[in-house]
Design a protein around this ligand. Structure first.
Ligand code: MV4
Length: 504
């Protein structure tokens, strides 16, 4: 059993991992940069060591320094959290060379999954449905023309070593092909150091549904159901939930089996996530796999009752999974909101600064995985995620009611956050009904970008936007300031408003 674990991360996820270590009786070692001397994760650790200047390339990405601290502090294992070194296949190799255990999958699994062309080929061979398209890089514009005539428009160009939202272009028709080809290649080169791109058929308004898997080093693999992650803004997830409102027991069984098959295809162990796109017909396609603990893991923990970090620790120690598939049950529903230090009124620009006031919600069904405190100064150097607010309810309706209540209780004073934006989404009729797909925010909450509009329709879009702005202005000036749907006394209403607006 591990006596001491080094956590090679910062912020809320470092704290989350240390909490699991503490429960299992393991000591914890934190590392931190010069920008993080006052960070909360240091206070949760038994020991903390400075590893370098603020930029992550000189601190949280310094494999050599982190391994040196692990050895000198007597830790036996390193947990990478998410981001930073979590999906770099060189890191588990370096750990192994130093006689340390990497708490995650093998370097080989990470490497196979990191190349989209390799993973598309492997998944196809394993019988996992992938989005129709190519499994070879596109060699030239002429070749792309041939592929396009087979795949048909609209199609997507994607970076072979990409992931997330970068190196990705939607092509509506022939006329956009040449410029999209050049743009995607150069973006892939600058973002990933590799300009290999490939083609996929474009799925219109898909849902993003991912399956949590757990696999041990003895060949056992189970899934823990799905997370619905369709609510994203510019490829950044902001709300996730489990179960997905569109899931049926039959589809869950089919997709879960495919998720396990995907994990087995790369000899996976540890906690992992298999992402799928699901179209309007309920047809689903493998998109990519994440070989790490994910930001949104708490929603799965709340509905399954399984602590995923503890499971990772057990697996890394070489223990067999203590559960069989039949032991896994989803109970109730959970929703997570990511709270970012971003200004929704200023194009979601990061909004670092000092937190002058903080009220963290609590009460029935509420969990807050945070990395901040009153008086803390949010540094500019890292991801602006402040905390994750998660609600559990006996059903989706109760989970929605609870997270709405908790969002009202949440007060962060001194910096701008996306809390008002989250409240707006959670109040939306379509969200409440569970009518969500990957275009939800652009359709219902904010305007999208011109790039998403076919070239031929861009003038029409500008005219429509002008008419919309005009009509909204008319409506705004003709409607009462606040419509009171619920009939409650003016006295109570005044009191509630006073509470909600204090410290704003
Ligand atoms: C797609 C797609 C439609 N068709 N691929 C965006 C991020 C990257 N991980 C994959 N993405 C997409 N790939 C095909 N063939 C639509 C998206 C997409 C998306 C996917 C998941 C969550 C949110 C999204 C928002 C816009 C587009």
């Amino acid at each position: 059993m591990f006596k001491k674990v080094l956590v090679a991360n910062r912020g809320e996820i470092a704290i989350r991992v240390m909490r699991a270590c503490r429960e299992m009786g393991m000591g914890t070692v934190a590392v931190y940069s010069e920008a993080d001397r006052q960070a909360l994760h240091l206070r949760f650790a038994d020991e903390a060591y400075l590893i370098g200047p603020p930029p992550s390339a000189e601190s949280y990405l310094r494999t050599d320094k982190i391994i040196e601290v692990a050895k000198s502090s007597g830790a036996q294992a390193i947990h990478p959290g998410y981001g930073f070194l979590a999906e770099n296949p060189k890191f588990p190799l370096a750990c192994q060379e130093a006689g340390l255990v990497f708490i995650g999958p093998s370097a080989e699994s990470i490497r196979l999954i990191g190349s989209k062309l390799t993973s598309r080929r492997m998944m196809t061979e394993a019988g996992v449905p992938v989005v129709p398209g190519t499994c070879e890089g596109v060699g030239s514009l002429e070749q792309l023309g041939d592929i396009a005539s087979k795949v048909g428009f609209p199609l997507m160009l994607k970076a072979a070593t990409g992931g997330g939202g970068k190196g990705l272009r939607l092509v509506h028709g022939e006329e956009e092909l040449a410029s999209a080809y050049r743009a995607t290649r150069s973006e892939s080169q600058s973002s990933f150091g590799d300009d290999t791109i490939y083609v996929e058929k474009y799925l219109d308004c898909p849902r993003h549904i991912e399956f949590q898997v757990l696999a041990d080093q003895h060949g056992n693999c189970i899934h823990l159901g799905e997370r619905e992650c369709s609510i994203q803004r510019r490829h950044q997830k902001i709300i996730e939930e489990s179960p997905s409102p569109m899931m049926t027991p039959e589809l869950r069984k089919k997709m879960g089996e495919m998720a396990i098959r995907a994990a087995r295809a790369v000899c996976y162990y540890s906690a992992g996530t298999v992402e799928f796109l699901v179209d309007g017909n309920g047809d689903f396609y493998f998109l990519e796999m994440n070989t790490r603990l994910q930001v949104e893991h708490p929603v799965t923990e709340l509905v399954t009752g399984i602590d995923l970090v503890k499971a990772q620790l057990l697996i890394a120690e070489g223990k067999p999974l203590p559960w069989k598939q039949e032991d896994i049950h989803q109970r109730g529903a959970a929703i997570e909101c990511r709270i970012y230090a971003e200004d929704p009124d200023n194009n979601f620009l990061p909004s670092p600064g000092k937190i002058l006031g903080l009220t963290i919600p609590a009460g029935p069904g509420i969990r807050d995985d945070g990395g901040i405190y009153e008086g803390y100064e949010v540094p500019i150097y890292y991801d602006p995620l402040l905390s994750k607010l998660v609600a559990w309810g006996s059903d989706r309706q109760e989970a929605v009611q609870r997270i709405r209540r908790a969002l009202q209780e949440y007060k962060i004073v001194g910096i701008k956050t996306n809390l008002p934006f989250l409240r707006k989404i959670l109040e939306h009729k379509a969200f409440i009904k569970g009518e969500i797909d990957t275009h939800f925010i652009n359709r219902h909450i904010t305007a999208g970008t011109m790039e998403e509009v076919p070239a031929a329709l861009r003038e029409v879009a500008v005219i429509a936007a002008a008419i919309h702005a005009y009509e909204r202005e008319i409506n705004r000036t003709q409607q009462p300031a606040r419509s009171s749907q619920q009939k409650i006394s003016r006295w109570k209403e005044a009191g509630r408003q006073a509470f909600l607006h204090q410290n704003r």
